[in-house]
Write a protein that binds this ligand. Structure first.
Ligand code: SF4
Ligand code: SF4
Length: 132
């Protein structure tokens, strides 16, 4: 039997992340980013504030980020030329691990992209309220 080429995958190794506006940094219905106590403490130390202050400033429901009006994470850069995580070194574990060594679902699923792309474009156009 002829050897088959390896299946083509997009962001399995995060190689596309540097060129992506951060689709995974926008909340979709049913998808929630959870922060554990270690994440919260790491981020609080990153900002030089207490865990409690970090929780009050950035979290809702104890362990997930508040979002801006467009659903974006409050720690996503608002620079119109570059949408990036502003706390990259201290970002939560779930952000580090996504997409869990699998193809990135945002880049492979047109339905997800259709949901997220308009939010990204509104955000890039500066039409998002900043709820920080
Ligand atoms: S995991 Fe996917 S959506 Fe998130 S930054 Fe990387 S390529 Fe973009
Ligand atoms: S902490 Fe950074 S990587 Fe995680 S959702 Fe927010 S902006 Fe995206």
């Amino acid at each position: 039997m002829e050897p088959q080429p390896a299946p083509y995958t997009l962001a399995r190794n995060k190689s596309y992340c540097n060129f992506c506006p951060g689709y995974c940094c926008y909340r979709l219905p049913g998808a929630t980013l959870y922060l554990d106590a270690l994440d919260i403490n790491r981020l609080a130390r990153h900002f030089g504030i207490s865990d409690g202050t970090f929780r009050r400033r950035y979290l809702e429901n104890k362990n997930t980020f508040r979002t801006r009006a467009d659903g974006s994470c409050p720690l996503l850069a608002t620079d119109r030329m570059c949408k990036r995580c502003t706390v990259h070194e201290a970002r939560p574990r779930q952000c580090r691990e996504f997409p869990y060594d699998k193809p990135c679902p945002y880049l492979e699923n047109p339905g997800l992209l259709e949901l997220i792309q308009p939010r990204v474009e509104r955000s890039l156009a500066g039409k998002s309220d900043d709820h920080r």
